[in-house]
Design a protein. Structure first.
Length: 466
């Protein structure tokens, strides 16, 4: 190997020795990223590199980097993103393959790499079958199940010296589609305010006023999209903006809506298997559960009924590597057992926040009205960097709550009166927001992802990158 390749191999191997390794896999799974993971697993599970925690997460958006030039998680771990171009994946794959002994195994590995990286340009029959197989692996809600099957297949092909081009039809047998797309006639009519700006109003928070009401129809069968998969919604924003309160409220209202549709008369509703849980990534101040479980004589009580400060102080813990590991393990366990999870994060952006946030699939940005533009840009950039699409933006103000904008199947913008430490399910905006989020917006994002998976299962590629 030349000197540059030796240095790159040494750098990658040192990164892989970190205590944590979080590998982000694109979904649906493209051939180049699938092969890159197999090569990566050769390095990660060799000798002492087997030590430490190893997480696999799906991601739908492109992140900014593959491997950091200087590892930001020096004592914690590293995020390795495989949702990048084939050119960038070669930067990871080539040094690892070059570090292997020059024998028949390395020769077969190089030949297989040429197929997975470049054979797709010929659009051959074998390529379409591999695309279909990897698309079906993307059905799995847990990428570790998909990648364990893949590594077994590739390992067998290499050990038995079987050409990947000659695998054929038997490759894709036995993988069923777990996604449910149920079409029912059940709908709910939701009143929506029509607002406009009041040019005579000087108060910034009251400039938008309600001038009329209209109605929107929600297709309740959108809830079936969550079946067989997991959706983790991250609530982000600066400290004290109300992330824990809103996460707890969304969880409670979602559970109420699940119970409501479960009582419908159509026989399909009796087979609905969707659950919702509350999680938290703010391990240093985990108050979300306390907000969910606090009791009050009236839901509409104000800040006088907040959780006592002594109880909140007792919950606080200093951040440490052990606490970060505990948080990631906890949210991973919750997400594996629930279809929908709402979770809050620490109120600042740093390397630790990025590391513990990779389990999320969607994001909601909360911002105070006086910092609306600044916070939306900052947290929007953060979510984009960790590969999470924004599904809602909520302005926290001292004015009345209201829905400002609804993009069906895409996103919501709203205004919410400053929450206290009590759940705010009584707030009309929160009820409308929860209904559109769980029945319309999130299912819309899920449908677009599943459409890309189905295209690949049919042997076609979506957004191929060279």
């Amino acid at each position: 190997m030349d000197e540059a390749l030796v240095f790159e191999t040494f750098r990658i191997m040192n990164i892989l020795k970190k205590p944590w390794r979080i590998v982000l896999m694109p979904r649906p799974l493209p051939p180049a990223a699938a092969f890159a993971y197999y090569v990566l697993s050769i390095a990660m599970f060799a000798g002492e590199l087997f030590l430490g925690k190893h997480y696999l997460r799906w991601t739908a958006l492109n992140r900014k980097s593959l491997l950091p030039e200087i590892n930001p998680f020096e004592e914690i771990g590293v995020i390795i993103d495989l949702n990048v171009s084939e050119r960038d994946l070669e930067v990871l794959v080539d040094p690892i393959i070059a570090s292997l002994p020059r024998d028949r195994h390395q020769f077969r590995l190089r030949k297989m790499k040429n197929f997975f990286f470049f054979h797709g340009r010929t659009k051959s029959y074998a390529w379409e079958k591999w695309l279909s197989y990897l698309g079906k692996l993307s059905y799995h809600r847990d990428p570790s199940q998909a990648l364990s099957k893949l590594t077994c297949v590739i390992g067998q092909l290499l050990s038995e010296d079987i050409d990947v081009v000659a695998v054929g039809e038997r490759l894709i047998a036995g993988i069923e589609n777990p996604f449910r797309h149920v079409v029912l006639s059940d709908r709910r009519v939701v009143p929506m305010p029509v607002s406009k700006r009041d040019p005579d109003e000087k108060d910034e928070y009251l400039k938008r006023v309600v001038v009329n009401y209209t109605t929107k129809v929600i297709e309740e069968d959108g809830i079936f999209r969550y079946s067989g998969d997991e959706t983790t919604v991250l609530l982000v924003g600066n400290p004290g903006v109300g992330k824990s309160t809103i996460a707890a409220t969304l969880t409670k209202e979602t559970l109420n809506n699940i119970a409501s549709v479960g009582s419908r008369s159509a026989p399909e509703w009796s087979s609905l298997d969707v659950s919702c849980s509350l999680g938290t990534l703010d391990g240093a101040t985990p108050v979300a559960d306390s907000v969910l479980n606090v009791t009050a004589e009236s839901e509409h009580e104000d800040a006088d009924r907040r959780i006592p400060k002594a109880r909140m102080d007792a919950l606080k813990r200093p951040w440490s590597n052990g606490l970060a590991a505990e948080v990631v393990d906890s949210i991973s366990a919750i997400a594996s057992k629930s279809n929908i999870v709402f979770a809050d994060v620490p109120g600042k952006i740093d390397d630790l926040t990025k590391l513990i946030s990779v389990h999320a699939t969607h994001g909601v940005i909360l911002s105070r009205g006086d910092k609306w533009t600044e916070d939306n840009r900052m947290w929007g950039d953060y979510l984009r960097e960790i590969g999470i699409p924004v599904v809602a933006r909520i302005k926290i103000t001292t004015g009345p709550s209201m829905m400002i904008r609804l993009d069906r199947g895409s996103g919501i913008i709203g205004r919410l009166h400053q929450p206290s430490r009590l759940m705010i399910g009584w707030d009309p905006f929160m009820r409308i927001f929860t209904e559109f989020l769980m029945f319309d917006v999130l299912p819309g994002h899920i449908d677009r992802l599943r459409h890309r998976i189905e295209l690949q299962v049919e042997g076609r590629e979506f957004g191929r990158k060279y």
